[in-house]
Design a protein around this ligand. Structure first.
Ligand code: 57M
Length: 359
């Protein structure tokens, strides 16, 4: 909105020319989202406490979690609000990718909200039915994927990390893959969100990495120099990713150990869905498996655990899945598990960025 309102005034006041620059608007989208979290966060925590929207703790989990009972949850409302306001303020709203990303962020946030709401208002301890939730996620992801597939010039090729000339065209298969990536990323972040800040930290690192990828993809000279697909308009997603970085850093201020608030499914589904959508629009889809490697490791730890459990009639690979619980049961203090997962996430992001040159 600020771009649309103030940039045209640059012909009268040269200072307003600054609003043309994606770098400038990305920085201020980050700061705006961060400040919104700092200002609204304490109020939301008190509000959730007054409404007694507190976390129920399963008895079969790590015993250390029992002290977390009653921690306010659904803090993802703050994340979605901060991202939406900051994006509407700082992004160029004439770029369709901004609206597609907002659709996924808010749409998945609403799915998570209704899931959490049913859980914490007693309507159903399990929240929405798994099938209904998955169907809603697929519908949103499918809509976005079809719009991208039908968009002139967007194309249906995918990028293979390290291989610059291999751009397989999947045709309609691209729609299926991008739908899978959005839904998969949302549920991977959801599974990871099981310790204070464990999903928040890697989300910050992933969105910060995609600020770079979006900027490069939307810059024709840089895209050609790096030999990555040029996606006209994708640069605006750098502004959106800046808002996502600011909102997750702001949320981490309250979600860091010992957490004053959990993000709930409203936050984890929203962040994961947004991450999947950004990876697709910037045409760095497969690279998401490296950037978001922590989310991949967490998800596969569950797949292997449940599969092995069923195959062997009750044996386990890990002491408990997802893998963060395994390290807790090994005796690692919660903050140590969290910070070590953040460190791995940073290493994976650096490796992903290096693939832009190792091609
Ligand atoms: C998402 N939710 C956390 C919080 C957060 C198939 C199976 C692996 C599914 C999995 C599951 O239920 N996952 C759901 C993870 C929960 O966090 C809430 O959920 C939101 C995110 N969706 O925002 O509202 C608990 O996580 C802890 N937490 C924190 N700090 C945070 O900042 O401490 C969350 C955020 C919270 C709190 O304790 O209550 C969760 O863990 O459920 N199930 C599991 O992960 C369970 N594992 C399991 O059943 N493993 C078995 C299976 C695979 C065979 C095994 O390995 O034997 C564990 N989860 C729980 N207890 N709660 C273990 C049992």
């Amino acid at each position: 909105m600020i771009y649309d309102l103030l940039y045209p005034l640059h012909s009268y006041f040269t200072f307003f020319n600054v609003f043309r620059y994606i770098t400038f608007r990305t920085i201020y989208a980050t700061i705006t989202a961060l400040l919104i979290c700092f200002i609204v966060g304490p109020w939301l925590i008190r509000k959730l406490q007054n409404l007694q929207i507190g976390q129920n703790i399963r008895s079969d989990g790590p015993q250390s979690h029992l002290t977390k009972k009653g921690t306010p949850t659904m803090g993802g409302i703050l994340i979605v609000f901060a991202v939406t306001v900051s994006t509407l303020l700082w992004a160029n709203l004439s770029v369709i990718y901004v609206w597609l990303l907002l659709l996924v962020t808010i749409g998945y946030g609403l799915i998570g909200f209704f899931d959490d709401y049913r859980k914490f208002t007693g309507a159903s301890s399990k929240g929405l039915s798994g099938r209904f939730r998955l169907l809603a996620e697929i519908i949103i992801a499918l809509f976005v994927s079809i719009v991208l597939y039908m968009k002139a010039g967007f194309g249906s090729q995918i990028t293979i990390p390290f291989l610059k000339t291999v751009l397989p065209d999947l045709g309609w298969g691209y729609v299926a893959l991008s739908t899978f990536i959005i839904v998969g990323a949302a549920n991977a972040v959801n599974l990871t969100d099981g310790l204070d800040g464990l999903a928040t930290g890697p989300s910050i690192i992933c969105f910060a990495t995609y600020v770079l990828f979006a900027y490069f993809a939307g810059h024709i000279k840089l895209a050609n120099y790096l030999q990555i697909p040029y996606v006209a308009g994708a640069g605006e997603l750098a502004v959106c990713c800046g808002a996502l970085v600011g909102a997750t850093i702001g949320f981490l201020w309250f979600n860091s150990y010992p957490a004053e608030i959990f993000m709930g499914d409203v936050g984890s589904l929203s962040l994961g869905g947004a991450l999947g959508a950004v990876a697709i629009i910037t045409k760095q889809e497969i690279l998401l498996a490296i950037v978001g490697g922590i989310f991949v490791i967490e998800t596969f730890s569950v797949i292997f655990q449940v599969g092995y459990f069923k195959m062997t009639g009750g044996k386990r690979i890990f002491r408990m899945a997802p893998i963060h619980h395994h390290f807790e049961l090994k005796g690692w203090a919660e903050p140590k598990v969290i910070v070590r997962f953040w460190i791995i996430s940073i290493l994976l992001a650096l490796m992903a960025i290096s693939t832009l040159k190792l091609r």
